[in-house]
Unconditional design. Sequence first.
Lengths: 819, 318
Amino acid sequence: MSFADEPTIKTPERPAGAEGNFYTPHPEAIGPGMNQRIQRLRKLSVETQESLSIERALITTKFYKENYGKYSEPMMRALNFLEICKQKTIYIGDDELIVAERGPVPKSVPTFPELTCHSVEDFHVLNTRDQQQYTISQEDIDTYEREVIPYWQGRTMRERIFSHVPNEWKRAYEAGVFTEFMEQRAPGHTALDGKIYRKGMLDFKKEIKDHINRLDFLNDPEATEKLEELKAMDVSCDAAIVFAERHAELAKGLAKTESDPKRVAELNRIAEVCRRVPANAPRNLWEAIQMYWFVHLGTVTELNGWDAMNPGHFDQHLTPFYEKELAEGTLTRDEAKELISCFWIKVNNHPAPPKVGITARESGTFNDFTNINIGGVKPDGTDGVSEVSYMMLEVIEELHILQPGNSVHIAKVTPDAFLQAAGKLIRQGHGYPSVFNPDVYIQEMVNQGKTLQDASEGGCSGCIEVGAFGKEAYLLTGYLNVPKVLEIILNNGIDPVTGKVAGIETGDPRSFKSFEELYEAFLKQLNFVVDQKIRVSNYIDQMFAKYAPAPFLSVVIEDCISKGKDYYNGGPRYNTNYIQCTGLATVTDSLSVLKKHVFEDKTFAMETILDAVAKNFEGEEVLRQRILNRTPFFGNDDEYADTIAVQVYNDLLAAIEGKPNTKGECFHLNMLSTTCHVYFGLVLGATPNGRFAGKSISDGTSPSHGCDTHGPTNVIRSLGKLDQSKSGGTLLNLRFVPSLLKRDKDVEKLGHLIRSYFSLGGHHIQFNIVDTATLLAAQACPEDYKDLLVRMAGYSDYFNDMNADLQQEVIDRTQNEVL
Amino acid sequence: MSIETFLTTHYSNLITQMKSLLFDIKRYAINDGPGIRITLFMKGCPLSCKWCHNPESQSPDVQKLYTESKCIGAQECIKMCPEDALTLTPKGIVTDYQACTLCGICADVCPTKAIEMSGRTYEIDELMQIIERERVHIEQSNGGVTFSGGEPLMNAEFLMQMLDACGERKLHRTVDTCGFADTDTLLEVAKRTELFLFDLKLMDEAKHKKWTGVSNKLILKNLRLLAESGANINIRVPLIRNVNADHNTLSEMAEFIAALPGKKPVVNLLPYHNIAAGKYNKLGSEYNAMNMDEPSEEEQNRAIAIFEKFGIEAEIGG
């Protein structure tokens, strides 16, 4: 069969009335359910090339040059933020209802030289690489080289961090044993609760003033420090108001020259909204969405925290405004949906800030991980689904854009109708929404010491990590390459890929008498690695607390004002650090091979498998096939393999859980991988489970590719054996071919599968609805598949935007094809 | 040691359970009855339909399957075969079935599972344990257990005991049958079955004989009596161009179904597909597609319309 001859070409955009849509299209709607305004805005957003703006860097550099040393660090940050809000180019596009951009125009992203400073070479790579290209003019590069780079040399956060890490850490880091999140971006993963819909910046300013007045300089030795932080918060509130007022002015100005009376009215309304929020609490849906958007932009302008920013349970926040206005007759459903669509496109206008020191291979994604939580439970534990939730699913289906990410939250109290609507959206094969289980993640948060109500208001912020929205700083500190730990003990402390020392010596594995002895060595190495990781993480946290506070973010996160402390300095009610462990199945399957074939059945000697692995199984295909076909692997409801997985999981917990962080709280385990399993695979030699060197390791808590041979119900049973409520999140990818979801009753059965996984304690599940032929055709003929969105371990991306390794990874995933 | 333990240990053959040969167990079966199901495929069938998608289901004995594309030429099978029945040829491993005793050693030693034995004997207890593992999915979806094949009624005694065991555990039971079975036995099975998936292929007896190897007299009689007994029935019709997709055949079929006593059965039309061709190669036999062909979408819709004309609900897929 030839795929290239007759590729199945899928058109992701279906007409509004086509089968598969779960919503009833508007009779006057054109195209896939969108009105003309939304179609034009979407077109602009999708077709505009991503670019870099040096404006923020220039303002920041000038401000730092002139003022560094004159103010406390928090005030420096706040005044710098104010300068940006006063000076940056602002934009109101034709057709827009929700306004303001992070850069000067849509799809333009600023740089953050105070954290990491791009080199001229970085810009050239970004400008010319095939994937995730960000354009920048030569003139801007020259300006950057002249004005920005010299000042920041030796002063960036990244340099501060790397100049102080111990050698053991550096060795492990360079070997790819772990990554470090905070070397490129500020700690983030923040989502908001409902407070910004009840209070405006003026209300926050009052609170801040109150707390300044209450400072006791005699009895509280930290009072001055708190004063500086609170003053900085106060300035940040002003900055946000100034930023909004500039937009009000611009809208007024545009209204004067606009000839279309309908647009004049809209521009006047925009001006009114921007005068109202964020200074005051919003009164209606339009203001509520614009309120969030200004706060969002404030936080991502102040710093470039990981996972952009996130409104949290946006449907729940907007529902009261929608219902009130609908009852009053001041808003129709279509108008509400239009505003929500405008917001969605705004988020899509904001690509992630590109990394520094990048190569094309490492290049990640334009996705900045804003994940809208839909459905789920309210803070009181009751069903959170409303008409707005369904409207958001419609918007997602109609717009079909990369950002924002979205997830549906299916608790026991969630109605089947909502699950069915979400299932029909999953069936479209765009790779979203992912599905979360509030019943389990609330338990996870309560286990960590949060109150039930704070936990119930929480959810997922970016990929699969969950937190108490609006009240927690939960920092992902980096991924840990668990199979690499095994590789290092199989080589007695050496990284065989580089030949360099990467850990501690744990003995020659050929001398191990039992599996227990081998496992003991694994645990010893694991603990060593975790200790290194935590040591440096705590150091980085302190550096951020000291040199890169985030006063504006601190305003909107609960308890920062009352404590007088920054978001990065223990200000939030909860302060959590995570280490994300990757490759559970790869390490489980490898251990299963060693346990069964070397120590129990004695099919082959340790020497034999170590030699085979060392030469990447070259000339050892018979041995490799025997391993692949004759070993119990994780994901098949097989007790032998699953017992090992549970043990490894529990030992990861034991190694990480409860280790203190700098804020009097502690580290927790997370099982998220995003795309890091691909990078970790690249730096890993062949593994005993028959995996070739360089191939990606297993993602999240999913089974190894192609090793789950007993269908989805068995995968779910295997995953159900891990006590997922003890970690801060697990991730399960299941790939379904479209034929499994053809009819509505198939979608119902998918819903049952989800519910049975959740009844076994599953945290998260997501589906890739694609067939191999489509993917191969997409690789062969990329231009015909520009719309092919696939879900990759926690987020969605365009298949064509992925590098070859990631594409191969998607193709390799097991197909749960039922003929 | 108690007497029971003694007996179980030393005379287990005296108290052995009923056994049956299965060629597959499918989980997340979503086309074999309501909800999410586990489907047990029993080996052996009295019919030999030319289009059979599971040719390994027809023989009631263990068979050897060979997948050439999986073979890497390790030749472990040749080395280990006690009968020297295997040779490596340009077409891969070839078995001399005169010498082969189907002992299965070649399959055991094959590193890639290029050689596999189709058919494994299961006892009732073991199967019930396997079924129980699916309970969470079954309960969540109001699913159950489906007995398919082959023809599950070929081993009716075993089937009945399995149905009883499932009944005791309140599991929904579906039996997928070709209807070519002893009538009394079928009606006994019906007392233990919540839903039948009853295959109907052709109405003309001569054609039925030509395409399936047997007459359809007994099948039609059984279907009528089963309907009369009040059983829940979904009728499954493989829709094959040049075999039964024509207007006359389908009208005759619809007319027959419409005249059945009891509850109106739903008709599931299963469009023919030649995906099974590869499986015939694995068995070392040739797939003869004759002039069978996939029905077009138009033909499928026309078929639905024919049934609907007779007041019968019909849909594509099971």
